[in-house]
Every structure is written in C-alpha cells, then in structure tokens.
Design a protein. Sequence first.
Length: 322
Amino acid sequence: MAEDLYQVLGVSRDASKPDIQKAYRKLARKYHPDMNLENEDAKEKFKRVQEAYDVLSDDEKRSAYDRYGSDFEKIRSGGFQPGAGGDSFEGLDLESIFGGANQRGGSGFEGGFSDFFEAMMGGGVRGGGARGGGARRPQQPTRGTNVRHELEIPFRTAVLGGKTEFYLNRGATNEKLSVNIPAGVQTGAKVRLRDKGHSSTTGGPPGDLILILKVSEHPAYRRNGNNLEIKLPVSIGEAALGAKIDVPTPSGTVTLSIPPGTSSGRKLRLKGQGVKPASGNAGDILVEIQIRLPSTIDDSSKQLIEQFEQANPLQLRDDLMF
C-alpha cells in the first residue's frame, strides 16, 4: 500500500495550506538532490515529497484524495481497474478537476486512466502511446536545479573586489571557473553565476551556481563594518618624540603622523581609507598604537631610561584600586 500523502509531509489530515507549505519546504530542503548528491534514497524521498505537495496543495486534488484514498494512489501507479472489487469514482467531477483535457465524445480520457493521472499530475506518467491515435502532451521543459558552493576568497579581494578563479567538482572532472567579486563583500555574501548549475533533464536551461563567500583572515587587519582596524607597532622613541610612519592601506601607502607623547592603546584615524563598497560610503582605518621594546637593553641605555624617568615622573597607578 502506498504511503499516505499526509504522512509523507508529516501533517495531519486537517492541516491548513500554510502548514502544508511549511512542511513541504522543510522536507524539500532536507532531501533536495543538491544537498544529497550520492544519496539515491534521499532523491526518491524528495520525489515523493514533491508528489505529495502537488496533490495536497491543490484544493480539487486534495478533495479527490481525501475521498478516494488508496484508489487515488492506484491511479498514479496505473494499477486501478475501474469497476473491480466495488471501486467506483461515482460523483467525481473529472472535468471540474482537470478541465476535460483530452476528452472524446464528452466522456472518458483517450488514454484511459494513465491519461487521467497524467492530466492530474502534470504529465508525470510514463509508458506507451495514447490510445485511439491521440497524442500525449509533451512535458514542459523545466530549468535545472541550482548548485550551492562555498568559495573562500582572500581578504584583499573581499575589500577591493576583483576576479577570482576556482575549481568546481562535477563528478569525475574539475571544471575551472572564474567570477568577478564586487568590492566590499563579507563572509556569507552570495554571488550567482547564471546557467552554471545542474543540467535540465527536460530540455530546459541549466540551473545557476550560487557561490557563498567566505573571507580569509588578514595577518594584520581586522574588519568592522566598513572600517579596518590595525595594531601598529612603534618604538619608544617614535612614541615619545613623535614620528611619521607609512601605513599600507587598500588604496596604497599612507603616511600617519604620530604625535609626541603617544602612549600604547591610543587610536588614530585615517579618514576614508577603509573599505570602499560598490555602493555606500567608504569606511576609515583605525590605528591602535602599540609601543614595542627590545627584548634586551644594554647598561648605557638603562641609565638613560632611569635619567628620563627621574626627569619626567608619572603618577601612573594612583587611581588603581580593587
């Protein structure tokens, strides 16, 4: 006996249309062929979910299914014998449900119950030619399914944009593809390549390739929105006396002025030198000063530092408390 269509979708027999649609979307995502490339069982389940939704989402088909139950399923498989064992479709208005397609002489379908189900399910029945010389309606071409692929791109490419090449595994072969990345993209952004998905099985156009971007980390920079943050190492002399330091930015090298007496942790801003997205305002670069000291200090340098501290006393920890 064929599995009950309500059970296929996991809904009750009095489920509303929104409940049916919600259940269908959840199962379609779970069993979609793109997500289960090597799982034939999942593909069959996906097909069954599609069939169940086709019937239960249509008021007329659902009403016929609710009334005739397993007989409705027998028609789909071509195993129903009208009039046998007391089965009857008395009172079922086929013309109302199916628009009287392929009727001859005002009664019956030219191809018998196979054509009856084909009209019901949109051309899904396979088999021999139509009876009585009639021709079956050809199945309408449908678009191939989309393919989703995660693509990791360099931090620099995400900020500036540019062309990226990558390989996509298609069974036994690796296909080399290229894509233009817009400036300013972040992890999670999607880029669509038209007609690069799965081929159609019905003569339609191919599906699309959906690239889900993942941005690699940068050794020095961190991104915060359209701002870029960097911790800039400086010497004690540069911090104490002030200096001009070259800082690499997305648009080239920019000179940053370090004011005299700058302490570690101080943040300086390079206006408009951050991420410049394809649309919207450019961000800034926030530079955090970090004073670095040598790992060893000779005696003469120690004496100079002691003299410096004596001449420039600081009350650094007067406010420190628990």
